[in-house]
Design a protein around this ligand. Sequence first.
Ligand code: SER
Length: 400
Amino acid sequence: MSGVNDIRSTFLDYFRKEGHEIVASSPLVPRNDPTLMFTNAGMVQFKNVFTGLEKRPYSRASTAQKSVRAGGKHNDLDNVGYTARHLTFFEMLGNFSFGDYFKERAIELAWNLITKDFGLPKDKLLVTVYHTDDEAAGYWKKIAGFSDDRIIRIPTSDNFWAMGDTGPCGPCSEIFIDRGEHIWGGPPGTPEEDGDRFLEFWNLVFMQYEQVTKDERIDLPRPSIDTGLGLERMASILQGVESVFETDLFKHLIDAASSALGHGPGEENVGSFRVIADHLRSSSFLVADGVLPSNEGRGYVLRRIMRRAMRHAQLLGAKEPLMWQLVPALVREMGQAYPELVRGEALITETLKLEETRFRRRWCAVSACFRRRRSSSTPATCWTARRPSSCMTPTASRSI
Ligand code: SER
């Protein structure tokens, strides 16, 4: 049951049996929401249901939501490749209650799923709660039998979730697993919390408020629930690997990159392979949802993601544009769950190929310029020079 595709269906089947409507992922470009760059969580498509503006024929729902955190309030772009857990594109598995159950049932549902269906070891689990949330702490004690030291109270915004500067928000409770002393890191709230030892994998948000403006927060019409479990993180736990990049799905993408490059990852360059695999997913899903690389707005963020991957392809010695060659592997891995990838395959391929061809040409010109400058009399105009795309030895380190 530990393959990424199986974990996704186990989650959705569990909540279906618990009376939740299974709702399809919404697109990465939020409909009618200028406050958000990309869909960054499962609750985005339900924002107006939480605030009472929109009614649905169900009061419980569950989704596997495509999410991108590469711009705006939640942005993990610069972490990707350097930690075991950050991704720009990920799937967020969630269950939602719109004025139906609240804290106690949400905690009970989560606890039963992770300890029974997923079989996680109870003694390795711990949670955080917002520092004033005695109610949530009490339910964790009652339902999970946790002692006080495994219910960590956090006074910061880490335990008060908001989708952006405005919108529904509320205190939250995060579930962590201790992956063992051999991994560096400390429990949440300690100076070592950014390490990978204590992995947060599920966030239960007790939606109670709406942030209307920077200074005004009102109560939601009915207290609600929004949870988000990182599918890739859960896969890394269930597959017994230390990083999301070692899970089955990412392994296949990294294998595809290795065959195209003619060599696999080593200790010194594994980060580049990881960046490529992650950015392949975010770029392809964004193009499938109608974003194209450009110099402004969403298109600019997409271009930054693509070029960061392409820069790493250069560092790995790619002699030809690489990213487009990996699209079939991505479609094989994720096309069944997300048919828009299959429908968009030709567009994704062409977009990646064109962008990387341009990027390599520009990179070549810049590299040639640096080389000429080093040999002294180079005119400034060399920045716009064009060289054949076969010239491929990056000499300058630039951050894309
Ligand atoms: N909205 C919350 C989060 O993104 C829970 O889904 O963490």
